[in-house]
Write a protein that binds this ligand. Sequence first.
Ligand SMILES: [Zn+2]
Length: 278
Amino acid sequence: MPELPELEVVCEVLRRRVVGETILDACVIPPGGPIVVRDLTGSGFEAGVKGARITRIARRGKFLVFSLERNAAPLFLVINPKLTGRLKLAAAGEKRRAKTHLAFCFNGGRELRYIDQKQMGQVYLAVDPEQAPDFAGMGPEPFEISLEEFRLRLKPFRGEIKGVLTRSDFIAGIGNAYADEILWAARIHPYRKRTQLTADQVNQLYEAMQTTLRDAVEHVRAEMGEAIDTKPRDFLAVHMKSGQPCPRCGTPIALVGANQRITNFCRTCQPGGLIKGM
Ligand SMILES: [Zn+2]
């Protein structure tokens, strides 16, 4: 799933390429389009966005928020790509790829498209971003939280630390992949309970979160360029690197779980799981 680093760079590109544009037309393409698109204004998605000007694009957690200007009333497109959603900037006349569910058309025939292999993500039209499910309860952004605040927010959670890191009500923007990366950088076993972490480990976790995410934004920026439908992740240290040598110590990277719930870590650098054999 796109997480903070990817969405941050997608947001930068869209700010350059799309802010200031007027949406001349919006095509909701069946059969997936009507599943992906959710009108929370009650007055119709296509009618709402047609003729609207995009004035601002921001990232919040794993959401992208487009501010639209139309008849002076505030209006927002809130995109939650979830596991499989992607955005794509298409030149005039470029063929629409399969699983394109939504296309915003701009002057000169350029389009911003929403592609989603499994129609898991959503594109909301709302009068307030907080209308979108899971938006209002989000915790702070990783780059905006102090160490002190991080410690305080961590306290009420008692479960496995990886599970805590991926909770958007704890902190926004971290998913399965970057939780693995952060924990590897902090040398903490993903199944350690929060209650087992020392004060030093909490400090390490905070530092690792900052450096891992900042470095990732730079890597993604360099590799993605304007191809915002891609998800560059070859540079990751452990996530999806099962069996490859740990970049720090050479131990083959361990794998627990399956499908979208894979956890990768290094048994040497991140010792001490709770369950025997982990
Ligand atoms: Zn290692």
